[in-house]
Design a protein around this ligand. Structure first.
Ligand code: HEC
Ligand code: HEC
Length: 79
């Protein structure tokens, strides 16, 4: 019996590729977590609240955000 080595190899390579892609996306697209400073950030959830303190044009209290136009800050900065 011939083992389908080739298709097995293809599957493994594909899986690895997808895994690498995902971990890069994860590391690359997640910003620093606001949970590093829970005292400042507790109870904040709306984008406009974040921008009150982080908009680069408003004398930011924290580090200015490099992307004030983004929405859904929490998606990327909450873990
Ligand atoms: C698509 C994901 C994503 C979204 C949405 C997003 N950010 Fe970011 N943010 C990042 C990444 C990636 C960085 C760069 C890595 C870092 O410095 O944390 C960053 C950096 C920052 C920094 C600088 C952090 C530092 O330590 O200097 C601030 C402040 C910030 N973002 C605030 C915001 C605010 C406010 C919003 C909503 C208006 C927002 N982000 C939306 C991904 C995102
Ligand atoms: C009351 C003002 C205020 C609000 C509102 C606020 N922040 Fe911050 N944020 C700060 C300050 C001040 C720092 C810097 C703390 C420090 O470095 O000691 C900070 C730090 C950060 C950092 C950098 C963390 C690090 O150490 O790398 C990120 C990312 C961040 N905030 C995201 C957000 C997001 C997302 C929101 C909205 C959900 C938000 N902040 C709302 C004041 C605020």
């Amino acid at each position: 019996m011939k083992l389908p080595i080739k298709s097995l190899l293809k599957t493994v390579v594909l899986l690895l590729f997808v895994l690498i892609l995902f971990s890069c996306a994860y590391l690359g697209f997640h910003g620093h977590s606001m949970k590093l400073h829970p005292d400042i950030h507790s109870g904040v959830s709306a984008d406009h609240e974040c921008l009150d303190c982080h908009h680069p044009d408003k004398e930011p209290q924290g580090p200015p955000t490099p992307h004030p136009g983004f929405s859904g800050c929490i998606k990327c900065h909450n873990d």
